[in-house]
Design a protein around this ligand. Structure first.
Ligand SMILES: C[S@@+](CC[C@H](N)C(=O)[O-])C[C@H]1O[C@@H](n2cnc3c(N)ncnc32)[C@H](O)[C@@H]1O
Length: 347
């Protein structure tokens, strides 16, 4: 079976010859799991066959305040009360305070809780089902032990290693800066980001405390994991605990379809990205009768509102979402139901 991958920008142009398109060589291997047929716009030259993973280097030195963390209530910077270090090892003893509202955030054994209701003893909230599902201990446990692998079987996801190679092409302009792995789950990409040494700070962020716990355990099981400048943060994607314009890159793997409000999430991502910062994400895509027929589209949205299940968007909707949230230079790579998108905060 030949699976077609289409690489597009917002405007389709004449399809150039395959030789003019650059992708990691391994994608052309006859033994690759997904033999690829490519369709590309001539302006898409963001991936380079001549670059092996190890040859990726920062295009320019990015100097950035070492602590982009902000209070999720008022978005002002958090200052350290103890242990001024962003490391998974020191988070359990860390506490930070908002410079404006004076609220204090204390690290637990595995992560820093930067949700708005962090520390509230007599108040709790439930999120929609697509968020709550991943808070279950069993789902978090199974996630990297079979659950995620099914995305490749029926969803066209190329698999973490290949997804990582593809996204590095999009992230090239921001290598050397900080990256938020938003909705990191058990941190399979956060760990790859940290081990690659390509970023000055990696924040693994998720709403699920059990996913973060899994990530913490995977990190502890690894020898020589670079724990400095790697932290786990619990936060809602729609209320990101980072100072505005303080982040170089946001990655969100297999997550947009799980977010309660993709527009609230992408607006937040846009807020925290600095000018020139890059958003790269993967999700499921659905182009079909639901999109073309207005009645069916409304019906689909009503069902989702009632059930709280996944939102699956079309390529056009994903582009419109990024644009509506102030992101430009939309690009995407597709393979079956899989799509990787990228968009940039304008300079
Ligand atoms: C399918 S998993 C993706 C995990 C990982 N990024 C990957 O590529 O496999 C979706 C993740 O989105 C997270 N998520 C869902 N709703 C969220 C929210 N409101 N805020 C932050 N994360 C959320 C879930 O906890 C879950 O870990």
């Amino acid at each position: 079976m030949v699976v077609g991958i289409a690489v597009t920008t917002s405007i389709y142009t004449l399809t150039p010859p395959l030789s003019s398109f650059r992708l990691p060589t391994r994608f052309f291997s006859p033994t690759a799991k997904f033999p690829l047929r490519l369709r590309a716009s001539s302006s898409t030259t963001f991936l380079d066959t001549n670059q092996t993973p190890d040859s990726f280097v920062a295009e320019k030195e990015i100097t950035r305040s070492s602590n982009p963390l902000a209070c999720p209530v008022c978005y002002n910077s958090l200052t350290w009360i103890t242990h001024p270090a962003l490391s998974i090892d020191t988070i359990p003893e860390s506490s930070l305070q908002c410079s404006t509202c004076q609220k204090t955030y204390i690290g637990n054994q595995t992560h820093l809780n930067l949700t708005t209701i962090s520390g509230a003893k007599n108040y709790g909230e439930s999120m929609p089902a697509s968020t709550e599902l991943f808070r279950l201990p069993l789902v978090s446990f199974l996630y990297e032990r079979g659950w995620r692998q099914t995305f490749s079987v029926w969803g066209g996801f190329p698999g973490p290693e290949k997804e990582f190679e593809l996204m590095k092409g999009f992230l090239k302009p921001v290598l050397g800066g900080n990256i938020i792995d938003a909705s990191c789950g058990s941190g399979l990409f956060s760990r790859l980001f940290a081990k690659s040494g390509l970023f000055s700070l990696v924040v693994a962020l998720d709403y699920s405390e059990n996913m973060l716990r899994q990530c913490y355990e995977f990190v502890q099981q690894e020898d020589n994991f670079p724990k400095e400048n790697f932290i786990l943060v619990r936060a809602d994607i729609a209320r990101l605990p980072f100072v505005s314009s303080s982040v170089d890159a946001v990655h969100a793997g297999a997550a947009i379809h799980c977010w309660p409000s993709p527009s609230a999430a992408v607006a937040e991502i846009s807020r925290v990205l600095r000018p020139g910062g890059v958003f790269v994400a993967t999700t499921y895509i659905l182009d079909g009768p639901f999109r073309a027929v207005p009645f069916l589209n409304t019906f689909r949205q009503s069902i989702r509102q009632l059930s709280g299940i996944y939102t699956v968007l079309s390529e056009r909707e994903l582009e419109a979402l990024c644009k509506a949230c102030g992101l430009v230079r939309f690009k995407c790579i597709r393979n079956g139901l899989f799509v990787m998108i990228s968009a940039t905060k304008p300079k």
